[in-house]
Design a protein around this ligand. Structure first.
Ligand code: FRU
Length: 578
């Protein structure tokens, strides 16, 4: 075919299949193949089969290695398709999405007993993936999941865990997140980017920080550098993340276009350690000492550093050996001040109150050098008493000095197995933190952010739907049962004497994907409580005391939506989304 004719055919097709018989595929051994990608397309669409193990793919442009990632290419059947963004590769390397250049995939096939036919005799050229592998200028992200929430953030496709580098600027909330663009299970950590003006409707922007020579991109934080302390410009976004390669080290990137694109700092990595678990840097501006402060999790304590310019860091102190839960690895710390007290948020996995992942916090004082904890060493304070509230950290630069946090709504015990495919995991709703006192001690209060409350109609309706808020006025002991026509149910119970709230999801629908999933979670209510706010969104239930004394975040997978609420010992009102 002449070049012109080929181009015309491609334009008409809009999408072109690459098959095993096509000259593009070269099988070199039973574990090795190469695939030449036709020019001028934005995406290569790659079929994935989740039950297999990862193949290793190296992408070259004009002989230069430009990308490497793991992907479970389909052998027998396709579960879903993921896009390799060829346009972005050309743009990164040559400055334009449409630049000419030869793109070749070098694929190492994983063959093992676990890989079904790969362990057997099936030849690479008979793998199912080749028939489904296509070049295209579009990638269809239309929702195909009945469990995808409607007012919570989810990745458009692929896996998500921790929220990262969140900040607010010029009316826009920026949320970065641990993204796997090449599958719906944890792998290939990359920072995806979504934005919102109301904390309810989110728009996926792009994958913005990608793996490099120092490793994949683990969790971290961003600050708005209002006074240009780092020298990248007034109002530049300065971001720290963990480079996860041979070791875990801390790297910097900055953005001068409000977080849409990032430039990596040439002198990375900035901070290193001999301890293997060394990650999740979180930075704030400390007004009193006029310095930046970074908290960083190292194994099972926190390191505190300070800096004038966001580039050179001085070790100040460490915190945590004697406090809180140590039944797992410490991850994703955060530090902030509310009402004259200082708080450290600290996520731990495993070691949570119901197994697996959870968020604990510490109360005390911080002078810019050292955190002095005032908690009783035998008590662990949890920010949320559900089983799906993890990696919770705050937005930098939130308006009016608010501390607004977002959790990842899953648990490492089963996050990779929950029954969705096109995407996996959502964030919880945004919450504003405050303080309250109980028996002489200070605690963090948790309330749904005002932006979230605004999303609901002020007028109650009688109908329970799969995306609504249920407010319950409690009259002493109460039981609230959400059920569907199949008899699946969630039972929420308040024990007025014990001052305890529980949620039972053992009969909530699909629970058998993990033995750790069917549980009853229980929360202290720190005194009597009067009003519950229950947020339901397809596959999640988040329960708050209206005064902020408890939060309980749990996911559920009913085979049909719960359509009935039965309340004993109280009265429910249902508020639909506006
Ligand atoms: C927490 C965590 C972080 C790490 C990231 C990797 O969920 O393990 O410590 O940076 O996830 O994806």
């Amino acid at each position: 075919m002449t070049t012109n004719k080929k181009l015309i055919t491609m334009l008409f097709a809009g999408m072109m299949a690459l098959s095993a018989n096509a000259q593009e595929l070269k099988v070199l051994s039973d574990t090795h193949a190469m695939l030449r990608i036709p020019a001028n397309y934005k995406y290569l669409l790659m079929p994935v089969e989740e039950s297999h193990e990862n193949d290793y793919i190296r992408v070259s442009l004009d002989n230069k290695l430009v990308k490497e990632f793991n992907c479970k290419l389909a052998i027998n059947k396709t579960d879903y398709t993921v896009p390799l963004d060829l346009g972005r590769i050309r743009k990164n390397e040559k400055g334009s999405e449409n630049a000419a250049g030869e793109i070749v995939l070098d694929i190492t096939i994983h063959r093992s007993a676990n890989n079904g036919n790969r362990g057997g005799q099936l030849s690479i050229k008979d793998f199912a993936c080749w028939n489904g592998m296509k070049v295209s200028n579009t990638f269809d992200t239309t929702n195909r999941e009945k469990y995808r929430p409607v007012y919570h953030h989810t990745p458009t496709w692929g896996w998500m865990n921790d929220p990262n580098g969140m900040f607010y600027k010029d009316g826009v909330w920026h949320l970065y997140f641990q993204h796997n663009p090449y599958g719906s299970q944890w792998e290939n950590m990359t920072w995806g980017h979504s934005t919102s003006t109301d904390l309810i409707n989110w728009k996926f922007e792009d994958d913005v920080i990608e793996r490099d020579a120092f490793g994949t991109i683990f969790s971290g934080s961003s600050v708005v550098d209002h006074h240009n302390t780092a020298g990248f410009g007034k109002g530049a976004i300065v971001t720290y993340y963990t480079s996860a390669g041979q070791a875990q080290t801390q790297s910097m990137a900055y953005s001068t276009d409000n977080g849409n694109t990032f430039t990596k700092y040439p002198a990375n990595p900035v901070l290193t350690s001999e301890i293997p678990d060394f990650r999740d840097p979180n930075i704030i501006w400390h007004e009193k000492s006029q310095k930046w402060v970074m908290v960083l999790a190292e194994k099972s304590h926190i390191n505190i550093y300070s800096s004038k310019d966001l580039k050179n860091w001085t070790f100040e102190s460490r915190f945590g050996e004697e406090y809180g839960s140590h039944d797992g690895v410490w991850e994703c710390p955060d530090i902030f001040e509310i009402n004259g007290k200082w708080f450290i948020l600290l996520n731990i996995n495993p070691g949570g109150p119901f197994g697996g992942s959870a968020t604990q916090y510490f109360v005390g004082d911080f002078d810019g050098h050292k955190f002095t904890c005032e908690d009783d060493k035998t008590e662990t304070k949890w920010l949320d008493y559900g089983k799906d509230h993890y990696a919770t950290v705050s937005f930098n630069n939130a308006p009016d000095g608010r501390i607004v946090v977002l959790p990842w709504m899953s648990n490492w015990q089963y996050a990779n197995e929950v029954p969705t495919m096109q995407y996996r995991s959502a964030n919880g709703i945004a919450r504003d933190l405050g303080t309250f006192n109980y028996k002489g001690e200070t605690y963090l209060s948790v309330k749904p952010s005002p932006e979230v409350m605004k999303a609901f109609s002020p007028k109650a309706t009688g109908r329970l739907t799969d995306a609504c808020r249920v407010d319950v006025q409690l009259r002493g002991n109460s039981t609230i049962t959400l059920t569907n026509d199949k008899g699946e149910q969630v039972v929420i119970a308040y024990d007025n004497k014990k001052e305890e709230l529980s949620m039972d999801r053992t009969k909530s629908g699909i629970t058998d994907f993990s033995a750790e999933f069917p549980v009853v979670t229980k929360s202290p209510t720190y005194g009597k409580i009067k009003t519950l706010q229950i947020f339901i969104d397809k596959s999640s239930i988040e329960i708050f005391d209206a005064e902020g004394k408890m939060g309980m975040t749990n996911i559920v997978f009913p085979t049909e939506a719960y359509n009935k609420v039965v309340v004993k010992g109280g009265k429910a009102k249902i508020y639909p989304l506006k």
